[in-house]
Design a protein around this ligand. Structure first.
Ligand code: SAM
Length: 341
């Protein structure tokens, strides 16, 4: 009886996500200090799922012109219309200023999916990486695979090595890849289930590009935690995330070929997991330098709300009503050519 009521409520869209007060109070204290008044507008969007927006990333390996027509009819337009330092024509992403989600696509046996729904800010990390055909690329924390799919829309890497530590999520990653990428390309993609912190030692100097979309205190999902005890525990262990992020970054740097670049990204506003982590790496590694992404940041600043006071090698996307993208932090670093690894 209860489950029938839940099913009915679900189908009528009546089940509302509940804000977890413990998490909100914790964020409130931290983010008012770090972001000042901006936090008030960001909090309003973060705590209102009805304002959230989802972009539609077309799958270049299988989409129809009917889909594009339908997107236009529903008020969607192409994202990234300003000239960007790197924007392959093959990357087609549609966004709408109206909140909501385009219909999710079911799995169809033997047919590739036509599109992937994602936070448009996620694509900035992929664009900043500037992957070229033939390059060896590592996606160190890859599940469920949204950014791997986006990378493959941009270029044909000689090798895309997707890694995910959690075995359930690794299976999910594998399924995503199989649903979007033709079998003929799968021989250029490898999937591994390692702790990313080991990859640098296992594959030193092996990759031209590394994407480190790090485990972080995912603000949007933490805010709607349904288990107060679990949320309290996550908050008390929050500081440990920075330690893991630094270890993953060190491994990513080792795995990079000298002269290669890495993009680090998170979906939290937390300074400790963003600029502080990157500054720690920059101040303690002799073989890594910041890479300027300010040209890309200014080209996307009309579509995304970006935090002020940020350095040229980083950007922070702040969700705002009508531009409810992010939170998303990213920084780009380059491994020096001449120094020891
Ligand atoms: C932010 S999510 C990645 C999202 C993914 N890049 C995408 O775009 O779909 C971070 C992932 O890192 C994984 N992870 C956590 N610790 C890890 C580690 N030590 N090594 C590798 N992956 C790890 C988590 O299980 C999680 O799936």
């Amino acid at each position: 009886m209860v489950s029938q009521t839940i099913l009915k409520a679900k189908s009528e869209g009546k089940l509302q996500k509940q804000i977890c007060k413990v998490v909100l109070d914790h964020f409130e204290k931290q983010y008012i200090k770090e972001l000042g008044d901006v936090w008030t507008t960001v909090r309003e969007v973060l705590s209102s799922p009805q304002c959230w927006q989802y972009a539609v990333l077309l799958n270049k390996f299988n989409y129809s012109s009917e889909l594009e027509k339908d997107l236009h009819l529903k008020g969607y337009r192409r994202a990234f219309q300003e000239p960007l330092p790197y924007l392959p024509e093959s990357l087609k992403c549609y966004i709408s200023s109206t909140p909501g989600r385009f219909l999710a696509q079911k799995h169809r046996v033997g047919k590739l999916k036509e599109y992937y729904l994602l936070n448009a800010a996620s694509l900035l990390a992929v664009l900043a990486l500037e992957v070229k055909d033939g390059e060896k690329v590592l996606d160190m924390c890859a599940a469920p695979g949204g950014k791997s799919i986006a990378l493959l829309q941009c270029a044909c890497p000689g090798l895309l090595h997707c890694n995910e530590y959690d075995s359930l999520r690794s299976r999910w990653l594998q399924e995503t890849l199989e649903s979007f990428i033709p079998a003929s390309l799968m021989n250029t993609i490898t999937v591994d289930e390692l702790d990313g912190r080991c990859i640098g030692d296992l594959h030193p100097n092996a990759f031209d590009k590394v994407l480190l979309d790090a485990p972080c205190s995912n603000d949007k999902s933490w805010l709607f935690s349904s288990d107060i005890q679990q949320a309290t525990e996550m908050i008390s262990h929050r500081k440990e995330l920075s330690t893991i992020q630094v270890q993953l970054l060190r491994s990513a740097i080792k795995a990079l070929h000298p002269g290669g670049s890495l993009v680090y990204s998170t979906c939290t506003l937390s300074r400790a997991e963003n600029s502080d982590t990157i500054n720690h790496i920059l101040n303690s590694s002799s073989n890594i330098v910041p890479e300027d992404i300010s040209e890309m940041a200014s080209a996307v600043s009309w579509e995304f709300t970006l935090a002020d006071g940020i350095q040229k090698h980083e950007l922070l996307v702040l969700p705002e009503r009508g531009k409810a993208w992010g939170p998303m932090y990213m920084a780009k670093l380059k491994k020096a050519l001449s120094k020891e690894n």
